[in-house]
Design a protein around this ligand. Structure first.
Ligand SMILES: [Ca+2]
Ligand SMILES: [Ca+2]
Ligand SMILES: [Ca+2]
Length: 400
């Protein structure tokens, strides 16, 4: 581009313009005052000639609604997706590049994806415009850990292996909504981050080349802080989301970002609650999930006032052969669960056999075939504790 490109957006009392460093030849203004004077003079120009530039943002398909700095709005539209990933169970210092967590593949277009304790992050010397470097950290929004591409040192640019803080999340099972916090080294009013969302065919669903920050004045050296970004689709078509962070200079202590508190609905296979009558025994049948699910444990619904549970589960066929054994009445609700030693994946529209041995009084679906939103589960036979055989008893369970 020959001329600077600007993003204009109505912000209540007026509009605000942000100059993108990349569009100005790769660097921000020489100093903050110079940049401010430049932006103000451009504002004055547009006010004087009475034009408004369009928002530089495109929606290839009108199916995605963005929520910037609006967690309540996102929750309302998306049905309160839980926090699925908070990084708090991962040992600080772990590089999760290429790893799959809760069915999400973490890909690093830039610096390596390192989980750190947020308070361990720090701003070294080398930036201009520093007011109080101890406030320029990646503060967590859940627990104490965050994802900080490049690690704990939030270095000035250019230094692409440490401060190019891009992130791509790929969902094994596409979702209809995803939200998370971007942690800015300095919440200074200019995000220098872009976002792209793609469907399972890699088709662009949504992009925004300059994520809007809250309505705060641009102010070099501001303390670090989070910005919630969320996206809601009208179908389960969000397969990947890519954040491009493109502040790569040493002007103001703001060339690093991190991530925390990722919200989305984790795909499960849930039969929902069953009914009486109930008795323990051994169930054999098949499960066909409608969506690909990452399984690490199985929940069993119990009849009220009983300790109904599963004692053993075996899932096999079509490349899967896993089993797990109950380890007792642990914790308040822990007895409902059987944990598998390693997570495994059940593919969409593939049928797997199951054998489930129950104890006490689990809830039962009294049918030989149950079709639910998550797929289909059938009963081949059920041998109850007295040796009686049925073909229409399906245990009420949830694979998650
Ligand atoms: Ca966290
Ligand atoms: Ca970094
Ligand atoms: Ca950067």
């Amino acid at each position: 581009m020959d001329a600077p490109q600007f993003i204009a957006g109505w912000r209540g009392w007026g509009f605000k313009l942000m100059a993108r460093d990349k569009k100005l030849g790769g660097e921000k203004g020489k100093n903050e005052n110079g940049q401010k004077i430049f932006v103000l003079s451009v504002c004055a120009l547009f006010f004087s000639i009475g034009i408004v530039l369009p928002v530089v943002s495109q929606e290839a398909a009108a199916t995605i609604t963005p929520f910037f700095n609006d967690l309540p709005g996102f929750n309302e539209a998306a049905g309160y997706p839980p926090i699925a990933i908070n990084f708090d169970e991962i040992t600080p210092g772990t590089n999760i590049t290429g790893q799959t967590i809760q069915g999400v593949i973490f890909t690093a277009p830039g610096a390596s994806l390192i989980v750190v304790r947020g308070t361990d992050t720090f701003t070294p010397s080398g930036f201009s415009g520093v007011i109080n470097a101890s406030t320029n950290k990646l503060f967590p929004t859940s627990g104490s850990n965050v994802l900080s591409p490049g690690g704990i040192e939030l270095v000035p640019g250019p230094n692409s292996s440490i401060e190019n803080d891009d992130l791509e999340l790929r969902f094994i099972t596409p979702v209809s909504a995803v939200g998370f916090d971007i942690l800015y080294q300095s919440l200074d009013g200019a995000s220098y981050t872009a976002v792209e969302i793609r469907d399972p065919d890699n088709k662009l669903l949504y992009s925004n080349n300059f994520i809007p920050m809250p309505d705060i004045p641009v102010s070099c050296g501001s303390p670090g802080g989070p910005l919630f970004v969320g996206f809601v689709s009208d179908s389960n078509n969000i397969a990947s989301i890519k954040i491009d962070e493109f502040d790569k200079n040493a002007v103001c202590p703001d060339s690093n970002i991190g991530y925390d508190t990722i919200r989305f609905i984790i795909p499960v296979f849930n039969t929902g609650e069953g009914t009486y009558p109930s008795i323990s025994g051994i169930h054999n049948g098949a499960i066909t999930p409608k969506q690909t699910i990452n399984v690490s444990r199985m929940f069993t619904y119990s009849c009220p006032g009983t300790g109904g549970h599963s004692e053993y589960v075996w899932i096999y066929g079509n490349g899967i052969n896993v089993n797990a054994t109950w380890n007792g009445y642990q914790g308040a609700e822990g007895y409902h669960y059987i944990e598998f030693s390693e997570p495994f994946t059940l593919e969409a529209n593939v049928t797997y056999n199951y054998t489930i041995k129950t104890g006490s009084y689990p809830q039962i679906h009294h049918t030989d075939r149950l079709e639910i939103d998550d797929g289909v589960i059938t009963c081949d036979n059920f041998v109850d504790a007295n040796g009686k055989v049925y073909t229409d008893w399906i245990p009420a369970i949830r694979l998650e």
